[in-house]
Write a protein that binds this ligand. Structure first.
Ligand SMILES: Cc1cc2nc3c(=O)[nH]c(=O)nc-3n(C[C@H](O)[C@H](O)[C@H](O)COP(=O)(O)O)c2cc1C
Length: 235
């Protein structure tokens, strides 16, 4: 089993990763608006296929709404107790409504799409690829990247988080007015832990989850201190 030890003063990113726990209980203290704003800004800096950014986040702070959401999340207490719950959704239709146009306009104005010919090619590719794609899988793939960015950004800002998949999608939909064209991907409770936080549960050794070149060839870890490996960038 692999463990991860936070090291103060170096490897800031490794520390954030190591420190994060799925917080079981939250204090009622509110999350300052500027921290919430920063976490949302950083979360939505995530990459996505064709830069289409199909994630949609509903920030739920109203106590009545959180109570209703808790009922849709199999009664999980943290949904009501955490000061903020972010409902991460993936919009399966926005790309063809207006988002592809926006991505192309943004790309043209920043220069990341250098000319109209490239813009037309992107439009053709997206229109050929997405209609043949399982959009539930596609929006999940994209949204969970932004969700992870958001979770780590929040941790870096001194907040605690709890990711959740335990919810009834139809109930969450009707509670928050989410259309059928959007999938509810995950919930993220956000706030400050009511200690004790949960102990770290360990992670599989790399040999169990990483292969070297082929499925039948397990990764062989270097015999160096894993702590060093994680916090010491190659410079
Ligand atoms: C996508 C996802 C869904 C999860 N759903 C729930 C949930 O519904 N309820 C819950 O109590 N914990 C949930 N968890 C928390 C996991 O149990 C927890 O992340 C895991 O045990 C590892 O612990 P750690 O996050 O503290 O390292 C979820 C985690 C993830 C990533």
């Amino acid at each position: 089993m692999r463990n991860l030890k936070a090291v103060e003063g170096r490897g800031a990113f490794a520390n954030v990763v190591a420190r994060r726990r799925a917080t079981p209980a939250f204090r009622p203290d509110p999350v300052p608006d500027d921290l919430l704003q920063q976490a949302l800004e950083l979360g939505t800096f995530a990459p996505s296929g064709y830069n289409l950014q199909p994630w949609r986040f509903i920030v739920v702070r109203d106590p009545d709404a959180k109570r209703a959401l808790r009922a849709a999340a199999f009664g999980q207490e943290k949904v009501e107790k955490a000061p903020v719950v972010i409902v991460a959704c993936g919009d399966t239709a926005a790309w063809k409504d207006a988002d592809l146009d926006r991505v192309i306009a943004d790309g043209r104005s920043t220069g990341s799409i250098p000319d109209d010919k490239t813009a037309s090619m992107i439009r053709r590719n997206v229109n050929a690829f997405l209609p043949k794609t399982d959009m539930g899988v596609w929006v999940t793939r994209q949204t969970m990247i932004a969700f992870s960015f958001l979770m780590l950004a929040a941790e870096n800002l001194g907040l605690d988080t709890a990711p959740m998949e335990g919810f009834d999608e139809a109930m969450v939909r009707s509670t928050l007015g989410i259309p059928e064209t959007a999938r509810v991907i995950a919930l993220l409770a956000l706030g400050y832990a009511d200690p004790p936080d949960k102990p770290f549960g360990g992670r599989f050794d790399l040999e169990r989850v990483v292969y070297d070149g082929r499925w039948d060839t397990p990764w062989r870890s270097l015999s160096i201190d894993k702590e060093t490996l994680l916090v010491n960038p190659r410079k």
